[in-house]
Design a protein around this ligand. Structure first.
Ligand code: ADP
Length: 546
């Protein structure tokens, strides 16, 4: 027997309709690409999204068409997402930090018909345009006063274009499983693969993320997503914030410590979210300038492992509550959150930081398991590590256009490519990417654990560990360090600091100092490039033996 409740499809435009109705005057503040801080509201965002939808339809954009965005976090970018999905088309966020050849490749692979582009990226697109035959219109996200002269064909000024529409438009209606957004993984090996979110998955994911034990959003709070809209669906903020009517502060192109700090303070931000490299810049700035945080209560750190020292620096130094999050593009992206369950709230501070340094537990809607190479489930004992697999309401079932073939195992679980253990309380800890883990004498060594320990040394700014070839052990850990400006710790200092804090056989065989560690387009340590950089390196012990 079926239930007798209404069919109310979970469609994205319902979020902005709701926000405009119930939280219409709530602010959406942006640091504009042109420079000044601009102020909008959910009511205005909706109005512009309706105009946009009207114009897209007039332009021939049909349901299922892909429309690209190459833009920073601003209210305009947000409007494009709602306008595009409002006609049943699909927003495709292009990450400007990808190599130009990758940008060309994904725009062509997605078969984008139109692109919304920030001023910053107009010169880039001018260069790529001859190789982008599918793009029929380039909408530049600015006003007439700032419109550059450009060689882009059919270049359109966003504000002028919108001014030509009256917004008298009724959102299209369709099945809630209709595709809504497309985001490519950064494709560290091979071509990037497209993850295709649906209206339903985006809404359920945003709902789960707004809950108090997750990101914890509220209409009385203010969130600043430093994480870009083009990085894994902005961790749901673009939907979760309007869904609860939280004030939204968009940082635009300026993600340096001073600029983020300024917005956190002037806009009285209560929650902020971003990757560790961004927080490194903010902490550096605040410590150097002797700043305090007066309104921020919670800091969400995800996308790469947050070292315990970073969590402690925020909590002890600035009195904020830090929580770790893990996930991936294929999971919409949030897969676990490191907020404290009642079973761990009584811990003394030191033990609490041990829990917070883990990647957290799965929220409702995410099922998680760890398995051995033969897909046998492993125990949740906090020690045994294995392949981390997931299944859930906002987890990919396949890649766009079938790339990569069948990606689910016989139980419908997706292999994340991460290696992790899970403790009896459900807290998961990533030990490594499967492809980065060091295999030494048949055992696995976690590069993340060593990195997190090394950055606890007061002179160390960033640390990365890669495997160096060893004739007896196959691989041994090589620790690569970037020191803080003006600091002088040497190899011995670093090794002395680490001794007795990890198993003896996990100790790096050598430490190398470099000026900068390469990062990927989503702010992670680029181990492939680092391994290339050290391809001719030989461990001292091995050199001696030769
Ligand atoms: P991309 O692979 O395109 O850079 P993703 O955001 O999809 O972007 O990357 C997902 C991967 O990032 C995860 O599989 C995991 O290895 C890593 N990751 C994400 N969050 C964390 C975290 N909190 N701790 C450790 N690793 C993380």
């Amino acid at each position: 027997m079926m239930g007798l409740m209404q069919q109310w499809p979970l469609l994205i435009h319902k979020v902005i309709d709701y926000a405009a109705l119930q939280h219409g005057t709530q602010e959406v503040v942006s640091r504009s690409v042109e420079g000044p801080i601009t102020r909008s509201t959910y009511a205005k965002v909706r109005q512009n999204a309706l105009k946009l939808a009207q114009l897209l339809k007039k332009d021939g954009i049909a349901p299922g068409d892909r429309v690209a965005t190459l833009a920073w976090n601003t209210a305009r970018h947000l409007e494009t997402w709602y306008g595009i999905t409002g006609v049943g088309a699909i927003y495709h966020t292009v990450n400007p930090r990808l190599f130009p050849e990758q940008i060309t490749w994904i725009i062509n692979h997605a078969e984008d018909k139109l692109i919304f582009v920030d001023l910053t990226f107009v010169p880039l697109l001018e260069k790529l345009q001859p190789q982008l035959p599918g793009l029929k219109r380039y909408v530049i996200l600015t006003d007439a006063a700032h419109l550059p002269s450009t060689s882009l064909p059919n270049a359109t000024c966003y504000e002028d274009w919108l001014a030509g529409a009256d917004g008298d438009f009724v959102w299209d209606s369709f099945d809630e499983s209709t595709a809504a957004g497309l985001c490519y993984t950064s494709g560290t090996t091979g071509h990037p693969k497209g993850v295709l979110y649906s209206h339903r998955s985006n809404l359920l994911h945003a709902m789960a993320n707004s809950l108090p034990d997750a990101v914890g959003l509220s209409s009385t709070g203010t969130i600043l997503p430093v994480v870009p809209l083009f990085h894994a669906n902005s961790w749901s903020v673009a939907f979760a914030a309007p869904m609860v009517g939280a004030k939204l502060v968009m940082p635009g192109p300026k993600l340096d410590g001073a600029s983020v700090y300024e917005l956190l303070e002037t806009e009285r931000v209560t929650i902020t979210a971003g990757v560790p490299t961004v927080w490194l810049m903010l902490l550096d700035y605040m410590q150097r300038e002797n700043k305090t945080l007066s309104t921020v209560k919670r800091v969400m750190i995800g996308g790469a492992a947050a070292p315990r020292s970073m969590i402690e620096a925020f909590e002890r130094g600035f009195g904020v509550n830090v929580f770790h999050a893990w996930g991936m593009t294929e999971m919409s992206p949030v897969g676990s959150l490191g907020t404290l369950k009642s079973s761990v709230t009584g811990l003394i501070e030191n033990e609490m930081f041990d829990v917070k340094a883990k990647q957290g537990y799965a929220p409702f809607g995410v099922e998680m398991r760890i398995t051995d190479d033969s897909n046998n489930q492993l125990p949740w004992d906090g020690k045994t590590f294995g392949h981390l697999k997931v299944r859930g309401m906002a987890v990919a079932s396949a890649y766009f256009k079938g790339d990569g073939g069948d990606i689910l195992d016989e139980d419908g679980f997706f292999d994340t490519g991460d290696v992790a253990h899970i403790d009896p309380q459900g807290y998961m800890q990533i030990t490594d990417r499967a492809k980065d883990v060091i295999k030494s004498g048949g055992e696995w060594i976690s590069t993340i654990d060593i990195e997190n320990l090394a950055v606890g040394h007061p002179d160390v700014r960033e640390a990365a560990v890669i495997g160096a070839k060893h004739p007896k052990w196959d691989e041994r850990p090589l620790l690569v360090i970037v020191l803080k400006a003006g600091k002088t710790a040497n190899r011995q200092d670093i090794l002395d600091y680490m001794r007795d804090k990890i198993a003896k056989w996990w100790m790096p065989d050598d430490v190398q100092f470099i000026d900068e560690i390469p990062h990927t387009a989503t702010g992670k340590i680029n181990k492939i490039r680092l391994r290339e950089q050290f391809k001719d390196y030989t461990l001292p012990e091995v050199t001696k033996a030769e």
